[in-house]
Design a protein around this ligand. Structure first.
Ligand code: ZN
Length: 249
């Protein structure tokens, strides 16, 4: 099985590099296919040797081979994030039909993190097609009936919608639609847990960023990364966490 594990990691690294391109070009409203990858500073077309996930970045010491401009660490971050998320999902869910909605949601979450940390945006152009795809998938795959997942989608949407109203703009429209997609994949109870965990991670992460001086008090912090962590934990360990929690009462 080690061979399969390595294959999953390499494949996910390459996909991660593609998700970076999708995030950057969708934000700029450019085509994903054309033009081929180039340095954003000197516009030199990148060769195959510049495009090895993570390794090229390390080998080039984070600088463009041609003009020596610093390459954003967000590139290897996106690749590593994809590798870690895919490997974790694959290991905890295993080879089963459930892996299909799991991976579609993971892709949506990763691209949302990548657009959110770059420009504080979670794009409809990514969320809506994936939401549709997840709804179709849930018609055929899942241990619960379809209405349960549909209820999850409605719950996710309404919860975030309420938070958006109460927080007066603290939560964007992108987050609301993203939670509809999470809801239709996880169902209502795990979606609620995902939100609790995401808020927890967000609070700790925000505090940490303030302590190391990366953000100032009151400055908005991208919620996307916390949503990804909270959702993946709720999805894979939600049932256990719930059992553990009620054992206290
Ligand atoms: Zn360059």
């Amino acid at each position: 099985m080690v061979f399969v594990d390595i294959f999953v990691i390499i494949y996910a690294l390459i996909l991660g590099s593609f998700f970076n391109v999708v995030a950057i070009r969708f934000l700029k409203k450019e085509s994903v296919i054309f033009p081929p990858s180039q340095c954003p500073h000197c516009n030199h077309k990148l060769s195959i040797f510049d495009l090895f996930p993570v390794l090229s970045y390390l080998f080039l010491k984070g600088k463009c081979r041609y003009c020596k401009t610093v390459i954003s660490p967000l590139y290897p971050f996106g690749e590593l994030l994809t590798a870690v998320s895919f490997f974790y999902i694959y290991k905890s869910i295993g080879v089963s039909l459930e892996l299909i909605p799991a991976l579609i949601l993971t892709i949506l979450l990763i691209i949302s993190v990548l657009t959110d940390i770059r420009e504080h945006l979670i794009l409809d152009k990514v969320t809506l097609p994936m939401l549709g795809l997840l709804a179709i998938t849930r018609l055929f795959i899942g241990s619960e009936p379809f209405w349960y997942y549909l209820l999850g989608g409605i719950a996710g949407f309404s919860l975030l919608f309420l938070i958006a109203i109460v927080s007066k703009g603290g939560m964007g429209g992108g987050d609301i639609k993203l939670y509809a997609a999470i809801g239709i994949t996880l169902g209502p109870s795990l979606t609620a847990m995902s939100l609790v965990l995401a808020s927890f991670v967000g609070a700790i992460g925000g505090l940490f960023l303030m302590m190391i001086g990366k953000v100032k008090r009151g400055q908005p912090v991208a919620f996307g990364p916390s949503i990804l962590i909270g959702t993946i934990i709720a999805y894979t360990y939600g049932e256990e966490i719930w059992k553990w929690y009620i054992s206290f009462w």
